[in-house]
Design a protein around this ligand. Structure first.
Ligand code: ATP
Ligand code: NCN
Length: 195
C-alpha cells in the first residue's frame, strides 16, 4: 500500500505489565479497521497514576509481548519525552513520524474513554486522531460525553484482566501464566518485579 495512505493504530498505556487484554483489543481493532500496524506506546510519566514501575521495564515488557506479531510495533516516544505524558504530545510525535497523510486511530478501553475529557488539550487531541473506544469487562462503554464523529465504539472479546490484578497476583505468589504473554511472565520473574 502507498506509504502516504497508511492506517496506523496507536495503543497507549502504562503497561505495568502489558497483558492479554491489551493485545486482544489491539488485534481486534486492527482487524475491524484494516490497520496496517498498531504502535504500542508505553507512558513515560503517567500523571494520573500513582507509583509505577520504571519506564524501561514497562517498555521492554511491551517489546517482548508484541515481538511475534508483524503488525505490532513499539514506540519510545512517551518514554523518551521528559515531563508528564500527555496524549496530545504522543499524537504530535507520531504525526511527525508517519507524515501528514497517515490516518491515526487511538485505541482506548472503556475506563480510559470515560475520563478522556480530563486529558490535556482534549480538543486538539481529537483533531489529531480518530479515537476508538473498546469494551472492557466491568466498565460501561459510552461516547455520550464526547463530540460527534470523534470516536467509534467497538466490541472486543471480553478479557477480565487488569495490570493491577496481575501485580497483585505476582505479589501474592499466584500465577500470571496466560494472563500475560509467556515472555512477560519470564521478564517479571527475571527482574523480580511486583514482589
Ligand atoms: N482487559 C482490557 N480490555 C480492554 N481494554 C483494556 C483492558 N485492560 C486495559 N485496557 C485499556 O488499555 C489501555 C492501557 O491500559 P493500562 O496500561 O492502564 O492497563 P490497566 O489494566 O488498566 O492498568 P491498571 O490496572 O494498572 O490501571 C487503556 O486504554 C485501558 O482502558
Ligand atoms: O493526555 C493526558 O492528559 C492523559 C491522561 C491520562 C491518560 N492518558 C493516556 O491514556 C493512555 C492510557 O493511560 P493509563 O494511565 O490508563 O495507562 C496512555 O496512552 C496515557 O498516556 C493521557
Amino acid at each position: 500500500m502507498d506509504q502516504q495512505a497508511r492506517r496506523i493504530g496507536i495503543m497507549g498505556g502504562t503497561f505495568d505489565p502489558i497483558h492479554n487484554g491489551h493485545l486482544v483489543a489491539a488485534s481486534e481493532v486492527a482487524d475491524r479497521f484494516a490497520l496496517d500496524e498498531v504502535v504500542f506506546v508505553p507512558t513515560g510519566n503517567p500523571w494520573q497514576k500513582e507509583a509505577v514501575t520504571p519506564a524501561e521495564d514497562r517498555y521492554l515488557m511491551t517489546v517482548v509481548a508484541t515481538a511475534s506479531n508483524p503488525r505490532f510495533q513499539v514506540s519510545r516516544a512517551d518514554v523518551d519525552r521528559s515531563g508528564p505524558t500527555y496524549t496530545v504530545d504522543t499524537l504530535r510525535d507520531l504525526r511527525d513520524a508517519y507524515g501528514p497523510a497517515a490516518q491515526l486511530f487511538f485505541i482506548t478501553g472503556a475506563d480510559a474513554l470515560a475520563k478522556i475529557l480530563s486529558w490535556k488539550d482534549a480538543d486538539e487531541m481529537f483533531s489529531l486522531a480518530h479515537f476508538i473506544g473498546v469494551t472492557r469487562p466491568g466498565f460501561v462503554l459510552s461516547d455520550d460525553h464526547l463530540p460527534d464523529d470523534t470516536v467509534s465504539l467497538v466490541e472486543v472479546p471480553a478479557m477480565a484482566i487488569s495490570s493491577t490484578d496481575c501485580r497483585a497476583r505476582v505479589k501474592a505468589g499466584k500465577p500470571v501464566w496466560y494472563l500475560v504473554p509467556d515472555g512477560v511472565v519470564q521478564y517479571i520473574a527475571k527482574r523480580r518485579l511486583y514482589v
